[in-house]
Every structure is written in C-alpha cells, then in structure tokens.
Ligand binder design. Structure first.
Ligand SMILES: CC(C)(COP(=O)([O-])OP(=O)([O-])OC[C@H]1O[C@@H](n2cnc3c(N)ncnc32)[C@H](O)[C@@H]1OP(=O)([O-])[O-])[C@@H](O)C(=O)NCCC(=O)NCCSC(=O)C[C@@](C)(O)CC(=O)[O-]
Ligand SMILES: NC(=O)C1=CN([C@@H]2O[C@H](COP(=O)(O)OP(=O)(O)OC[C@H]3O[C@@H](n4cnc5c(N)ncnc54)[C@H](OP(=O)(O)O)[C@@H]3O)[C@@H](O)[C@H]2O)C=CC1
Length: 441
C-alpha cells in the first residue's frame, strides 16, 4: 500500500444522521451544515442548483443553460475509522438509500477498509514507420532519463509537489493494419489532478525527441483511460447476523450474495449489470465532485476486461469465521484540482462535505461507495428481490409522471407501494380519485 496524506478534516463528524430522510431538502442541508463547515456560498451552490449560467458559459461551448440533477447525502459511512458524509448526484431512485443502508450495516461491523496505489497515469505516444521496432525500443529505453527530464520540464509545479514523469515503457506491436507500431508510455504521478491535461502536455512535449531517437513518425500523443496503475481498493467483512431480515436468516443472505457474485464472475451478461450497480455509487460521487465520469467508466470497463473476458469488479466470499467478505479493486482517476472540480461551485461544496485531503483519499472513498452499492443490490437480489425496495422509492417518480405535485406525490407513491402496483395508469386513477375527494380502491 502506498502512503497517502491522512485526512485531518472533519475529525469529529458522525455520519449517522438519523431521520434525515424525514426532513425537507432545506432542513437536510441545515443538518449537514451543522456537521461539516459549509458557508453561505456553499449552501447557495447546493440549494440553488449550483451553477450560474455565466460560469457554465465558461465551461463548455454554445451554452444555452444548465441541466441539474438531484444531490443527495449518503449517511452512515465509516471508512478507515473515520466517518464521511457522501454527496451523490444521480437521477435514479433508491441509490442513495441503498448506499446509506449498507453503510449502516458495515459501520456496525467495523466499517470499510481501503487502500490505493500512487496516483499514476499513462500517456501514450504512437510511433509509426519503424523498420526495426525492437531495436527502436532499445534506443528509446537507453534515453529513458533524458525523456523523463524533458517531460518533467513541462510541469515544474507537479514535480515540486512530488509528482511528475517517473518512468518510460515501450510496447511493441509487430503487426498492425498499418505495419509495425511502437507505443511509448510515459508513467506520470499526477498527484491531486485527474491528470489528462497534465500527461497530454508531457506526451506532446517529448514527441520530437522520440522522433529523433527512432527516426520514425509520431502520431497520437494522449493519455490512456485504462488507468491500471492507479487503483483504489475497498473491503468489508460483515457478520451474518448483521444481514438478517424479517424473512431471511443472515447466513442465507450471505450465501445468496456469494452465489450472485459467482454468477457475475462467469457470465458477462450478468457481469455488465453487476458492474452497473457498482457504478451507480461510483458515478454518483464522481459527478457530485465535478470529476470526469466518462474517464472513470472507460477505466472501469477496461479493467473488468483485462483478462480477455469481461467479468465482475467485486468478489464476495465467506471467511473462516463465517463472515461475508466483499472486495472491490478498480482504476480510479479522480482529481481535486483541475477540470470542473475547482470551477463548479456545487462540486467545491460537495468536496467540502466529504472533507478529503488528497485525490487518493477521494478515490478510496468512491470505491467504498461502489462496494456498498454492489452489496445493496446483491443483498436485495439474494433476498426479497430488487423491485420491493427500489420500486417503493421509484413510486415517487411515477406519481410525478402521473401529474402529482406537492403533498400528492407522497400520498400517491405510498398507495402505489403499499399495493405493490407501481404503474403510471394506476397513479393517474389514484390521483383523480384523490382530487375528486373520493376513496380509492
Ligand atoms: C431501498 C432499500 C434501502 C429499502 O430498504 P428497507 O429495508 O425498506 O429500508 P429501511 O426503511 O429499513 O431503512 C434501512 C436504511 O436504509 C436507508 N434508507 C431506506 N430508505 C430510505 C429513504 N427513503 N431515504 C433515505 N435513506 C433510506 C437508511 O439508511 C435506513 O436506515 P436509517 O438510517 O433510517 O436507520 C433496500 O431495498 C435496498 O437497498 N435495495 C437495493 C436498491 C438498489 O440497489 N438500487 C439501485 C438501483 S437498481 C440498479 O440499478 C442496479 C442493479 C440492481 O441492477 C444492479 C445489480 O443487478 O447488481
Ligand atoms: N481522455 C480523457 O479522459 C481526457 C480528459 N480531459 C479532461 O482533462 C481534465 C483533467 O485534466 P487535469 O490534468 O487533471 O487538469 P488541469 O490541467 O486543469 O490540472 C492539472 C494541473 O494542476 C496543477 N496543480 C496544482 N496543484 C496540484 C496538485 N496538488 N496535484 C496535481 N496538480 C496540481 C499542475 O500544474 P500547473 O499548476 O503547472 O498547471 C497540474 O498540471 C478533465 O476536465 C478531463 O475531462 C482532457 C483530455 C482527454
């Protein structure tokens, strides 16, 4: 495990915010602000949608407005002995509730344990027209120190922070549709950046040198989103007792989760859905913190395919004491500087709520949320089925689609969930009956 800066922010936070679900959004925000230090600007950014159009206009092109998503707080997370409140931005019901639920179970069993590698990215430089690819590889490796120095000359700030280009790899493809190809990798520690712009600049800066050394032509100079050197890991060990429900014995639920995990390990059709459940949690944190979710998705699925067959990202086992043990290891290219993390006021506020001090800490927290999300889905699938809990919360969306507003939403949703009949036409009937002052059947 590589040492990362230990978090000192929010040392006394208790993430067990009971009854948060029963408050209004404004009351919840106040409750969160009682626990972590949020100023008026942060509260405005969160409560008011987050992004003024003038700022949005500076972020992308042809801006005509902004598009907002809900921001929820997952409670109960204890990671490496410290409590975290987790900001999650996602459009899907039951995701935040599910993460909070599993975090409640896991905190009673000691919490999540995480670790990570150093924040190292790869930049690729494609070299074409090489007659002797293996000879060219040797010539490049002989100039390793000079190439590293040239790359580092481009980012003195990063080097001063302990990061920068650390190594050079050369990959040979003897046969491609366009002849032999060399791909030079710059291995770059990007510290607290996601690192795409950083490593792209380095790749472009060393290209002329690579051409001189090889006598060949450089084409693409770009990072790889397969961030296989930048891994974050999370682990849980849960007693069977902690998993028992009214209708299911704990050991039976644990075995069901292990069987579900085996299904995803062997069958790519199931693995895709299994991993989607993990990304429900991962992406929600990535989006809330202003990070590049396409990059994280690309890395996750490349990692899931690394053996040549697409498989699940998590493993669930039963240990010698009968505990359910869950693990997740995956690439996690996240930043605290750069991209939208510093420009988007909502993202800045979300990072304040998390109180993470390094990109590595953020990556570890994000992977813990992904593991919690997977545990929630597998627990539900292995016991009562996904529809009971998920559809009960989705019923609010269905009520809105049917035209309910204000207090009607909760009333219609509760009636739909109680009848286990979550359909828009049924919601319309209930709404009509309510508005006509009549009883529904
Ligand atoms: C939905 C629950 C949590 C209900 O579960 P429940 O047993 O009805 O929950 P509960 O009312 O007993 O509450 C337990 C805890 O859950 C949380 N909780 C519960 N409800 C709320 C709420 N309204 N607002 C906020 N928090 C909530 C909360 O932390 C609460 O503890 P408390 O703090 O109150 O003591 C459960 O059924 C569950 O975890 N289901 C799984 C849901 C899920 O995985 N959703 C993801 C979407 S489905 C999908 O896209 C992925 C999938 C499934 O295809 C992946 C795959 O196949 O692997
Ligand atoms: N394929 C992909 O995934 C691609 C993604 N992108 C986009 O690139 C963006 C991310 O690029 P990124 O390089 O992270 O962003 P930036 O270039 O904005 O930020 C990185 C820079 O911040 C400075 N910096 C200051 N403090 C630190 C610190 N503690 N740790 C590290 N760097 C620090 C460094 O140098 P200095 O101060 O000298 O600038 C560093 O080079 C995202 O918006 C992403 O969407 C772009 C292209 C491709």
């Amino acid at each position: 495990m590589v040492e990362r800066k230990q978090s000192r922010t929010h040392p006394g936070v208790n993430s067990r915010l009971e009854n948060l679900r029963n408050l209004s959004p404004a009351e919840r925000l106040d409750r969160v602000a009682d626990v972590v230090p949020l100023d008026a600007c942060d509260k405005q950014a969160i409560g008011g949608g987050g992004l003024p159009s003038a700022l949005a206009n500076g972020m992308i092109e042809n801006v005509i407005g902004t598009f907002t998503l809900p921001l929820g707080i997952a409670t109960n997370f204890t990671i490496n002995g410290r409590d975290y409140l987790i900001p999650m931005s996602v459009e899907e019901p039951s995701v935040v509730a599910a993460a909070s639920y599993m975090a409640r179970i896991v905190r009673a069993c000691g919490g999540f344990r995480t670790s990570s590698t150093a924040p190292v990215m790869r930049a690729q430089v494609q070299v074409l027209g090489v007659g002797d690819p293996h000879g060219a590889r040797m010539r490049i490796l002989r100039e390793r120190e000079a190439i590293i120095a040239a790359a580092n000359a481009r980012d003195k700030v990063l080097v001063s922070l302990g990061g920068g280009c650390k190594d050079v790899e050369v990959h040979v493809f003897e046969e491609t549709p366009v002849g032999p190809m060399l791909v030079v990798h710059l291995i770059v520690d990007v510290r607290d950046a996601m690192g795409a712009n950083t490593v792209n600049t380095m790749a472009e800066s060393v290209a002329p040198m690579i051409e001189d050394i090889t006598g060949a032509v450089v084409r693409l100079r770009i990072l790889s989103n397969f961030a296989d050197l930048r891994l974050a890991r999370a682990m849980v060990a849960v007693t069977p007792d902690a998993l028992k429900t009214e209708d299911h014995e704990g050991g039976q639920v644990a075995r069901g989760i292990v069987e579900a995990s085996a299904f995803a390990a062997v069958d790519p059709y199931r693995a895709a859905t299994h991993n989607k459940g993990i990304m429900n949690g991962v992406d929600a944190v990535v989006v809330a913190t202003g990070n590049d979710w396409r990059a994280v998705e690309a890395g996750a699925h490349a990692w899931a395919s690394r053996s040549g067959r697409y498989r699940s990202l998590t493993n669930w086992e039963i240990d010698a004491k009968g505990n359910l043990v869950g693990t997740l290891e995956m690439p996690m290219a996240l930043g605290l500087v750069g991209g939208a993390t510093r420009t988007h006021p909502g993202a800045r506020a979300a990072l304040k709520i998390l109180g993470v001090e390094s990109a590595q800490e953020l990556a570890e927290v994000t992977v813990a949320v992904g593991l919690a999300q997977n545990m929630a889905a597998l627990r539900a699938l292995a016991s009562e089925g996904i529809q009971k809990g998920h559809m009960a919360l989705h019923a609010r969306n269905i009520a809105i689609v049917a035209g309910a507003s204000g207090d009607e939403i909760g009333t219609v949703a509760a009636a739909l969930a109680a009848a286990h009949d979550v359909r828009v036409d049924r919601a319309r009937e209930l709404l009509e009956t309510m508005r006509n002052g009549g009883a529904s059947n």
